[in-house]
Design a protein around this ligand. Sequence first.
Ligand SMILES: *Cc1c(COP(=O)(O)O)cnc(C)c1O
Length: 370
Amino acid sequence: MNVPFLELNAAYEELKSDLDAAYQRFMRSGQYVLSSEVEGFEKEYATYCDAKWCVGVSNGLDALHLALRACGIGPRDEVIVPSNTYIATWLAVTQVGATPVPVEPDCRTFNIDPAQIDKAVGPATRAIIPVNLYGQPVDYDSVIKIALRYGLRIIVDNAQAHGARYKSKRVGGLADVECHSFYPTKNLGAFGEAGAITTNDDEVSDRVRVLRNYGSRIRYHNEVAGYNSRLDELQAAFLRVKLRRLDDWNARRRSIANMYLNQLDGSNGLILPTTLAWTEPVWYLFVVRHPSRDALQAALKEAGITTLIHYPVPPHLSSAYKDSGFKSGAFPVAEQLAASCLSLPVGPHMSDEQINAVVNAVQEFCDSSR
Ligand SMILES: *Cc1c(COP(=O)(O)O)cnc(C)c1O
């Protein structure tokens, strides 16, 4: 059986009539930039996240970048980031001229280990960017405690956990500012580029709103040197349609994850992801670990199953950061995860037959490598 990693067009087939109607409404409106669709989406997504404000921007990287600027972070500042994340988290820090300071994850949850943040804090530290990696919320309470102790801002990278809960509260309104990517593969994905920030802080919301639109509130009056990072009106119209399905899609992801967790438990050599009792993850990715990861990936490919690696190169070893002086071995947990992790297919439109095919192929590999 052929199992693709993700079938993005399935969402279009499911919501075709509503998406086509949204497209026609947009085309007929004659208003193509920062108009009623963006406003509507911002209200609906803020409500969804239990946050006071949502400001739509062009993509997830811009959300992080503008959030850092809105918090006043710039050259000579240090920002704590996970050593294992998609490189965008680091790049946003670099874009404002600040320095990313990596902290290792808890290898059970893949999320930043709050117990290790303390020793990375120095006199120049201004903020922490925890990432809700693979769909699981970080330990917000522990991160908030540390941030309060040292007077740091918390900017959450929530590109991968739309709709997740921490201690039964929705992520998005729990830190100073939370940044969302609506890249097509994400749990809430656009049909192109899109992103947003959510916050309860009036000032942060206001600054991002001004920064995304050339630094202006009133046309041709530019308060600050801003950017063009507006959320596209058509993407906002599509996102409004998909947002209404997000909880159902996340529930389906959860049931797929539970099937994997139950059926793959005890497989020889396989390490399954751990979820902590106080989080309700939304399974953007289902990441397992195996000492013979490359062989496992090849065996699955042979069986028609596509898997991916998130991520094969930790940011500190990426060529993009070759001038930062990080050596191989500097962040062993991140390096170990990069060498052993494998993302199994998970998505709201996967069939039970496809999941069974994945389970059988993984079990067969694990049994044969006994
Ligand atoms: C997708 C992603 C981003 C970047 O989002 P874009 O919309 O592609 O700019 C940032 N951080 C993480 C963790 C991501 O997964």
